[in-house]
Ligand binder design. Structure first.
Ligand code: BGP
Length: 465
């Protein structure tokens, strides 16, 4: 049985659904400067907003104005938790402002109140793939140590303001993805490992300080890390493939080891040496990391990969992960390999390694949906995906004894894809009438998966039919 306070719900991120990118004093963010792409066309990172280009975050699904309707629908499904992020540039429009923007703060007050009205706990990511654009321009974003100071100021402001409204927090979304896409995740254009790992060090420090500070502000805060779990299998039983697989996983444990144990592992240090990277650390950094161990591990899980010692084509994908194809698995239309057993393995791996509560804060299937003449949306493919993953989650809890706080599938309402900027790659239980080019009425419609998930939540995961 899952625990009685299991947090069923869904997850989103501010820049992928709010829209209102320049309203009520909000500053531009790095995400506002990303154009729309497609499966075969990468998103562009422009210098500021270039007239004539299309930026999907600017209006997104207009959650900024429509949240009461959307949260009422989440409540109808029975949500207990709702993960979203705070747009940093709504609070500090330039990142280095002396005082916060009251309009931004009161927006999140109203949003969280609306959730709490239905007994839905907000689960808040402090930084989900957006940095105030002024910090990118003026300071070079996270490669500059000054960013720590700005992030702390912002975090303190929101911790104090929402002290009584939010209990579950996460610091950086998918912190391990900085290595794969520093532009999207951290607002940095450079691909140089020296700069990337230096920036990662600053994010790890910022996260650790924030954990400590949050506990001082409210002892009940639960502050987690957030990684994408990069489950990978060795391609064959050739020991060399297993070695390659271990190295692949270690690139990601680099981050979770620091956040869960409070120090860089020896392997992490060797890895840096191999890459010729020297972290510029200050006296006291080790202590900061030691004192900022997270309370839980939030992670996203969508796909699994295959690693091999052969430098063969890395043909399977996630939006940030790359690996080999697995002949035992099917993939989505976007090439993401579907592996529910992999979720059970991931939960076991993480729990064995850290013995910390786990929180699945993203999982789901991105697919195109079609609307029938009567307005229905029969998304049985999405129900199948989710059913198998919830089953795997239950097995991990009930048969393996793993401790799981909750399940918040991604994109509980259709939103802009982070990887491609498309709208047609839909994850939601709720359909939003908006197209890739920004056209559409924004009307919300319940899909078949909406009714299915309602039953799952009502039965605390027992009824998966
Ligand atoms: C994760 C991100 C999310 C989200 C999700 C789905 O990596 O944290 O922001 O978008 O993946 O990916 P996509 O939107 O590319 O389909």
């Amino acid at each position: 049985m899952l625990r009685s306070d299991f947090l069923w719900g869904g997850a989103v991120a501010a820049n992928q659904l709010e829209g209102a990118y320049d309203l009520d004093g909000k500053g531009l963010s790095s995400a506002d400067c990303m154009t729309a792409g497609a499966i075969d066309r990468a998103r562009e990172y422009t210098d500021g907003v270039v007239p004539g280009k299309y930026y999907p975050s600017h209006n997104a699904i207009d959650f900024y104005h429509r949240y009461p309707e959307d949260i009422a629908l989440f409540a109808e499904m029975g949500f207990k938790g709702f993960r979203t992020s705070i747009a940093w540039s709504r609070i500090y429009p330039n990142g280095d402002d002396a005082v916060p923007n009251e309009a931004g703060l009161s927006y999140y007050d109203s949003l969280f109140d609306e959730c709490l009205k239905y007994g839905i706990q907000p689960v808040i990511t402090l930084s989900h793939y957006e940095t105030p654009y002024a910090l990118v321009q003026k300071y070079g974003s996270w490669k500059n140590r000054k960013l720590i100071e700005f992030f702390l100021k912002y975090s303190r402001t929101v911790f104090e303001r929402y002290r009584e409204k939010v209990r579950y927090w996460m610091t950086f979304n998918e912190i391990n993805c900085i290595c794969m896409n520093p532009a999207m995740t951290a607002g940095m254009r450079e691909k140089d490992p020296q700069l990337i790992y230096q920036a990662a060090h600053y994010q790890l420090l910022a996260s650790a300080i924030v954990v400590k500070m949050g506990h001082e502000i409210n002892r009940d805060f639960q502050i987690g890390m957030m990684m994408t779990y990069p489950l990978s299998y060795a391609k064959t039983c050739n020991p060399l493939d297993n070695l390659a697989n271990m190295e692949e996983m270690d690139r990601h444990y680099y981050f979770s080891d620091v956040q869960c144990r409070g120090y860089y592992s020896n392997k992490a240090k060797e890895y840096l040496k191999k890459m010729g990277v020297t972290i510029d650390a200050e006296l006291g950094d080790d202590e900061i990391l030691r004192e900022g161990i997270v309370d839980y591990i939030g992670f996203s899980y969508y796909v699994s990969m295959v690693s091999s010692a052969e430098p063969d084509a890395r043909s399977a994908e996630g939006n940030l992960l790359r690996g080999g194809r697995n002949p035992y698995l099917k993939a989505t239309d976007w090439g993401w390999q579907i592996d529910p057993v992999g979720l059970r393995l991931s939960l076991n791996n993480l729990y064995d390694r850290y013995q910390k509560p786990l929180f699945i804060v993203e999982n789901g299937l991105g697919a195109e949906d079609s609307i029938e003449a009567d307005g229905a949306i029969h998304d049985s493919y999405r129900v199948d995906y989710l059913r198998q993953h919830v089953k795997a989650l239950r097995e991990a809890v009930e048969e393996d004894g793993v401790e799981v706080i909750g399940y918040l599938p991604w994109g509980c309402i259709d939103l802009v894809s982070a990887g491609t900027g498309e709208m047609k790659k839909r994850y939601g239980f709720i359909h939003v009438d908006r197209n890739n080019d920004g056209s559409g009425t924004l009307k919300r419609r319940k899909k078949d998966s909406f009714y299915w998930y309602k039953k799952v939540i009502e039965s605390n995961g027992e009824n998966l039919d």
